[in-house]
Structures are given as C-alpha cells and as structure tokens.
Design a protein around this ligand. Sequence first.
Ligand SMILES: C[S@@+](CC[C@H](N)C(=O)[O-])C[C@H]1O[C@@H](n2cnc3c(N)ncnc32)[C@H](O)[C@@H]1O
Length: 337
Amino acid sequence: MHSRRSKSITGKRKQVGNGVARVIKPQKTRRIIRRFHHLINKRESISQFLSLSENLDEANEKKNDSTIRASLKGDARLRKHYEDGKSQAFNDAMETQLLRLHSLIKNEEKSKGAGVLAVIYTLLGYVMNQIDALGGLETYQIASQNGQLKGRGGDTSKLLGKWIGPLLKDLPEATALEIGSLSSENHISRCRLFEEVVRIDLEEHDCVIKQDFMERPLPKNENEKFHLISCSLVLNFVKNHKDRGAMCRRMVEFLRPQGYVFIVLPQACVTHSRYCNESQLQKLFATLGLEMLHSHQSNKLYYSLYQLQKAPSQPKGSCKRIIINNGTGLNNFGITL
Ligand SMILES: C[S@@+](CC[C@H](N)C(=O)[O-])C[C@H]1O[C@@H](n2cnc3c(N)ncnc32)[C@H](O)[C@@H]1O
C-alpha cells in the first residue's frame, strides 16, 4: 500500500494517547491495519537480522526505541543513521528500500558490513517513525475494533457459531475464553451457545478483562478450563514465531479434554508466507494434540477449528523456522514450538 501522502495515515496523531475519544473513518480502517502489518513485518525482519527480535514488543514502543539504541553500543555513526531514518516523513525512496529489504538482508546476511548496517538502521529508524505516526498499538486496536463493527461484517465469530453449534448442542454448560476480545457484542458472546464467555485483551475495553493471556494464571482444576478458546487475529499480532508457539502451547493448558480452539489469521499468513501454510499448521497443532475439524478461507481471512484429542508431546529439535515457500512478495509469518 503506497499512499503518496507525506503525513501520518490517520492525520490524527496529536490525539493519540491524549485520552481524547478517537474515531477512525471506516474507509481508512483496512488501510491502517495493512500498513501496520507491513511495518511490523519489516521491523521484525530487521530486528531478526540485527538479532534484536526477542526484545521488541508491539505494546511498548518506548521500550523498543531504547532496545534499538542499546544495540547501537555507542556507535555514533550508526546512531546518526537511525536518527536520520526517524526524522524522515513518508517518502517513496524509503518505501522502495523497505520493499527490497528481504533481498538486501539476504545478500548481506553473511558480511553484516558497515555499509549495510547503516542502511538497515536508517530503515529501522524510518519504520519506528512510521509506526509512531500511525499511533502505534492504540490506533491499530481502534482500527481493528472498527473492522469488527456489526454492520461491516467484521465479526469472525459468526463462522465459529456455525461450526461449534452442532458440536456443543448437548453441552449447555459450555464455557469459552475469547483471547484478544474487543467487544462483548461479538457473536461468540451473543450466540447463547456458551453459559459463560470470559473475554480478555491486552487493552481495556467495555466488559473485557484487561489481561495478557501469557500471564493468566494456569487453571487449578478442570472447572477453570474452557470448552472453547477463540483466538481470532491474535497470533499474527504476537511479535515473533516462538512467542506465537508459546501462546498455542499455553492455550492447550486451558482446554478441557476434547475442547476446541478457533483460530483466525489473515489469509496471507497461510497463503503467502515463507514459513507457514495450512499443512504446516496442521502438523504443528497435531504436536499439541489438536486435530483440525474445519477450515475456511475468505478473501482476507483464514479460519480454522481444532479439537484437543490427546496430551501434547514435548517439542523436539530446534524451534527454527523452516522455509516452505520461496519467492518474492512473501511475508515472514511463522509459528514454532
Ligand atoms: C487484531 S486484534 C483482534 C481482535 C478480534 N479478536 C478480531 O477477531 O477482530 C488483536 C488483539 O489481540 C490482543 N492480544 C495480543 N496478544 C495478546 C495476549 N497475549 N493476551 C491478550 N490479548 C492479546 C491485542 O491486544 C489485540 O487487541
């Protein structure tokens, strides 16, 4: 997505984080989400190249900036390049370099020469500034929330209802955990298939508990587990492949025997990734004892429903991503256990 505008996409930067109620126009929502994903992907590639990946955190841009500065280890020249990148508004030259990032990294992976590091830090500064200009995580969440509004058909749990209804018909006491919940108005909460729906999200929303799933206390008994976990458009939000794997592994700990997991991903994570496709996902979830019951691809999204069949096995070997698709225009989404 290449707008030629030199301002931030929202044009509302001053309002971000000031506690002012913000509205993002519906027609801008998709553009913001796509732009955010593009920038996060590029930043992930750069931070992997610089071995920073473990430390970057989509929810804390200040910390990310400090982490990057720490990696400069007092190198004044590289710091200047980083600052130079940060000072640049949206421009075509930097956008073109970003699009060529993968080949730049590939060609220079071995040498890590000073020249390429200068370019990489300039690009990293530019990406940081662009994420800031978008309004960071907060704007992304508002955009996602807009994308969910009923009239706009964005509630992914509608398909869940269709799949899970017949499976839960003899279980009136079924409970669900919705990770990354933005609204209590979603189909999952209104479909009456569940006696209780626990909604959690990293940020505060009405009728949603503010909680990091990775820090949710583990269930002490079966009653604290769920018949269904919904994880819609959350894994793609998690910053790297290992953390996504850790989230999947943790979900299983919250599932009742024979419980279900509903996973939604942007379609491109499954159809246009170097490291992920449907059969790779099926294999990965099989390691966790999960069997795929349904999957569906829409224009934008990939939906799947899994059922827990047996206890997960311990991960074997390394958790390195394996390339399964090669070519240009692919993204780096992946999950490893
Ligand atoms: C794109 S929104 C998805 C919203 C909604 N589920 C949907 O399908 O449109 C991703 C959400 O996942 C949440 N999220 C990411 N990691 C999380 C975690 N560890 N615990 C709880 N929520 C998380 C984020 O806060 C964000 O609101």
